[in-house]
Design a protein around this ligand. Structure first.
Ligand code: MN
Length: 155
């Protein structure tokens, strides 16, 4: 039996506080920076800037980055497995990814859609919650700020 792929959301206090959303696809962590973090509210769309892939092992990282433009504290804000609802390889090419997350905070269906118009190096996507029983207008970035592995906070 093949185990389900993983996802992680790392809250990162670098120059700006942001959330790094990462999905395991084909042996790598495809990565997006969410300035405002993910949401369980279907009324909200969250900006997600695609950035460099990370190694799978990075999903376990929590601690301080000493040098470089990412210098600052990182906590594992959420982590779990996910089920693709679209072919992820094709979805990356076509700019549409749908998946079910099974984290401690993020659960249920989500969609990432790449914007057609973008300038510069990093593709711009929007991350949205799909309608299901996990929807809430509670802002879980505010109500559930702690690491899911250490209970540390960096806010
Ligand atoms: Mn980051």
């Amino acid at each position: 039996m093949i185990s389900a792929p993983s996802f992680v959301v790392q809250k990162h206090r670098a120059g700006n506080l942001h959330y790094d959303f990462r999905l395991e696809i084909d042996g790598l962590l495809k990565s997006w920076v969410l300035p405002k973090g993910p949401t369980l509210d279907t009324a909200v769309k969250r900006l997600a800037v695609q950035v460099d892939d990370h190694a799978l092992s990075y999903m376990h990282f929590e601690g301080g980055i000493k040098e470089g433009y990412g210098a600052g504290e990182v906590i594992i804000w959420d982590r779990g497995s996910y089920s693709p609802e679209t072919d992820m390889e094709i979805g990356l090419k076509e700019g549409r990814l749908e998946f079910l997350l099974r984290g401690k905070k993020l659960q249920g269906g989500f969609i990432l859609i790449r914007m057609d118009e973008w300038s510069g190096k990093d593709p711009i996507w929007l991350m949205m919650k799909k309608l299901d029983k996990f929807v809430t207008d509670e802002d879980i970035t505010i109500t559930r700020p702690s690491s899911v592995v250490s209970l540390r906070r960096i806010d």
